[in-house]
Design a protein around this ligand. Structure first.
Ligand code: A3P
Length: 286
């Protein structure tokens, strides 16, 4: 059965949790509070990882909140039907999550001091992760092949829109004081230092022991063992756990096991064209 995506401002969203109304409300009416903290990503870039990191920073490394409460309740997806309700009743300071591109992020954000943490990842690993995720998540169209999926990614036709536009839109904020961006690759390379920098941005005073606890509890292994973030509790009609694992591999460079030489060349060409003028170097560009 083909999936009937919800469309808002020309971008497709998976139907299970989104509606045009919830997206329009998030964009036009959602009132951002000055002490809100937003976890923003393009899908498969480390969203849930950042949820865990931010939850553990908030609890100063103490695991009871993250082990006892679902990640979607700790950091509601405020542009979705259910997430919106949780976001509206969430006591300040709120932790909120979304995949929204910059141009449909809440309008009231522009007049606030709310903070945004934007995580991005090597787009070649994003597309591989997204491919496997789409196979197991029933609110996404089942890809016919990796070739087709990669083509849709490059032409911006996947749900949540174009990776290039997402990244370019958010990177316009790179010099703003209330914006912090970090890559999945940096998190992988040095999670301790990444957490320390995040704490600094958030004005959270965590000692070394608390930071080490965040690092340990937000590790791939610890997250796989925590049903509150591993997606294992999602109903089978949403996530078919027989087809794979949400926390799949958690590595950098898996694209090398999937791209043919021709696909890699095409990707590089389009990447160069679409990223032209951004004048930023990411870990995968080096
Ligand atoms: P893979 O499919 O490559 O394994 P998102 O939360 O944005 O949907 O991203 C999911 C990706 O982040 C998956 O990538 C998942 O394994 C990875 N991930 C989640 N937690 C992680 C962690 N603690 N360490 C490394 N990767 C993690």
């Amino acid at each position: 059965m083909p999936v009937q995506y919800v469309t808002y401002k020309g971008i497709k969203f998976p139907p299970a949790y989104n509606s045009e109304q919830s997206l329009s409300f998030a964009h036009n009416e959602f009132l951002v509070r000055d002490d809100d903290i937003f976890n923003v990503t393009y899908p498969k870039s480390g969203t849930v990882w950042m949820t865990e990191i931010l939850s553990f920073i908030r609890s100063h490394g103490c695991p009871s909140w993250s082990r006892g409460v679902l990640n979607s309740d700790r950091m509601p997806w405020f542009s979705t039907r259910l997430g919106l309700e949780s976001a509206l009743s969430y006591p300040s300071p709120r932790l909120l999550t979304c995949h929204l591109p910059r141009h449909i992020f809440p309008k009231s954000f522009s007049h606030s001091c709310a903070k945004v943490i934007y995580t991005l990842r090597d787009p070649r690993d994003v597309v591989v992760s997204y491919y496997y995720f789409s196979k197991m998540c029933n609110s996404y169209e089942d890809p016919t092949s990796f070739e087709q999926f990669l083509g849709d990614f490059l032409s911006g036709e996947l749900p949540h829109g174009s990776w290039f536009e997402h990244v370019r839109g958010w990177m316009e904020m790179k010099d703003m004081e209330n914006f912090f961006f970090i890559t999945y690759e940096e998190l992988k390379q040095d999670l301790h230092d990444s957490v320390r920098r995040l704490c600094q941005f958030l004005g959270q005073d965590l000692d070394d022991e608390a930071i080490s606890s965040v690092v340990q509890n937000a590790s791939f292994t610890a997250m796989r063992e925590n049903p509150m973030c591993s997606s294992i509790l999602l109903p089978a009609d949403i996530m078919d756990q027989t087809k794979g694992q949400f926390l799949r591999k958690g590595i950098c460079g898996d694209w090398k096991n999937h791209f043919t030489v021709a696909q890699s060349e095409t990707f590089d060409k389009i990447y160069q064209e679409r990223m032209q003028g951004l004048n930023m170097k990411f870990p995968w560009d080096r």
